[in-house]
Design a protein around this ligand. Structure first.
Ligand code: AMP
Ligand code: ZN
Length: 472
């Protein structure tokens, strides 16, 4: 499988350290508010990556953190802790806010068929791990104490900006205008490993440490949680593109200084969902959630399809019109699948293999999900038995997770129920009598029956499968 690696700035053949277990880490949500559909684009594409690896035959262990402390309003180390902000907004405790939005996040993931990672670890569970790493970094001379906080010293590194092919604009995301520089820092890019002094003294959660009572920085959480569950060598680390700097850059700096060797081989970054006025973000106030899409009548699967129709390394523009198009495409796709009649047919292995090859080719080429969706339409157009088509769709949906067969089955049932609810033997008999009259060339009688039905509010529709009727 070829994947674009942000570290080498090119597409590379994916070769895990140990093919018997691919180790994958993905940055989790900061649980101070609902996830917006932009956040969820990132989680959908990470889900596709994980499922593609499994589909290719690799066992995968995937770990994700839940950020419930330390993520400040700016991705750099300034501003108030987002969790404290959330707790104030809702007049609840930080832990109550964390629980509520963690549950809400996984409920959204369920609606979008995003699989839960094998390990989900709240950041507040791992305080001892952070203290151990910070201690080691201090001992190694990679960190220093200043003004009560512990900082990572970026001047000890040969290269700090590892992801330097990103746009200036993306690199600037974490640094807000009007934020004062922290005068304790020796170098501009140094970042906090452990806070004991911040401008915000009302930090809700604090722990004892060798440097005083305080709390961890956001970046160290992901390094430690990853190492706790996946060890010293990581295959893939994923997140949204805004995480590349400073978050992932800082993760690499501290992890590799701590370990003394390379930490992670592949970095997978999902580009942003933008609305017409720019990047979708929670700090701008209004944002779209899955529940809101549902309230407006959209099936979450339409949003998943919308995301899959574009490549993860391109920004995706959200508009209601674009979502409507995806919703119509999804309904049409499901209707076509519902019309398949595989009963009593054989799966034609050669035809199945050819269809699968096309689908695999799409995933192998840097997770080209729009081509993978095209491969679904190719199945429907293919010259092979419906049983082969159903088998291929079932196979592809292990990765796409669009509920292709389940939604088609539901639609079939709904249509059958509607037909049954509308059944009327008397009208059926009249329609049959009209058909007979037409056959016998008794057109006067056929017209009379049609007029009688019309007067009763029934319209006859002649179709290739025979005459049908509906109430008008
Ligand atoms: P957060 O909960 O803010 O820590 O973000 C969760 C994930 O969503 C991170 O991986 C972010 O990089 C990602 N993310 C944030 N905004 C967007 C966006 N507009 N489009 C796609 N991903 C995003
Ligand atoms: Zn992270």
């Amino acid at each position: 499988m070829y994947l674009y690696n942000s570290l080498s700035h090119k597409k590379e053949l994916f070769v895990p350290n140990d093919p018997s277990l691919v180790k994958m880490y993905t940055c989790g949500p900061t649980v101070y508010h609902y996830a917006h559909i932009g956040n969820l684009r990132t989680y959908i594409m990470e889900d596709i990556l994980e499922k593609s690896l499994r589909y290719m035959g690799y066992p995968v262990k995937r770990v994700m953190n839940i950020t419930d402390v330390g993520h400040l309003a700016s991705d750099a180390d300034t501003g108030e802790d987002k969790m404290v902000k959330g707790a104030k907004r809702e007049h609840k405790s930080v832990m109550d806010v964390a629980k509520f939005y963690t549950d809400a996040f996984f409920a959204d993931c369920d609606k979008l068929n995003i699989k839960r990672p094998d390990v989900v670890e709240p950041a507040t569970n791992c305080i001892d791990n952070y203290i151990h790493m910070v201690k080691t970094l201090l001992e190694k001379g990679s960190a220093y104490l200043a003004g009560g906080n512990v900082y990572f010293d970026t001047s000890t590194l040969e290269k700090y900006y590892v992801f330097n092919d990103h746009d200036e604009e993306d690199l600037a995301v974490g640094v807000r205008e009007g934020v004062e520089e922290d005068t304790n820092k020796r170098n501009k890019n140094d970042f906090v490993l452990w806070f004991t002094k911040s401008k915000f003294e009302d930090q809700a959660l604090k722990w004892d440490s060798p440097w005083g009572v305080g709390y961890p920085g956001w970046h160290i959480e992901c390094s430690c949680i990853s190492m706790k569950h996946l060890g010293e060598y990581l295959d893939i680390h994923a997140g949204g593109i805004d995480n590349a700097f400073p978050h992932h850059t800082n993760e690499i700096a501290q992890s590799e200084s701590y370990l003394g060797h390379k930490w992670c081989n592949y970095w997978f970054h999902v580009h942003h969902l933008n609305n017409e006025s720019g990047k979708m973000s929670k700090s701008k106030g209004e944002f779209l959630t899955v529940s809101l899409l549902e309230e407006k009548g959209y099936d979450p699967m339409a949003y998943r399809l919308f995301c899959l129709q574009s490549h993860y390394r391109r920004n995706l523009v959200f508009s209601w019109e674009n979502l409507d198009n995806a919703a119509v495409a999804y309904d049409k796709l499901i209707a076509k699948i519902a019309a398949l009649k595989p009963e009593g047919e054989e799966v034609e292995q050669d035809a199945f293999d050819k269809l699968k090859e096309r689908f695999m080719g799409a995933l192998n080429g840097d997770l080209n999900t729009s081509l993978a969706v095209t491969a679904v339409y190719d199945v429907l157009k293919a010259k092979c038995s419906d049983a082969t088509k159903v088998a291929a769709l079932r196979d592809f949906d292990q990765v796409l997770s669009l509920n292709l067969l389940e939604a088609a089955e539901k639609l079939r049932k709904k249509n059958a129920e509607e037909e049954a609810a509308n059944a009327d033997p008397e009208i059926d008999a009249l329609v049959a009598a009209r058909t007979e009259a037409k056959k016998a060339k008794n057109f006067a009688e056929a017209d009379r029956i049609r007029d009688e039905l019309k007067a009763r509010g029934i319209e006859i529709i002649d179709t290739p499968q025979g005459a049908k009727w509906r109430k008008v």
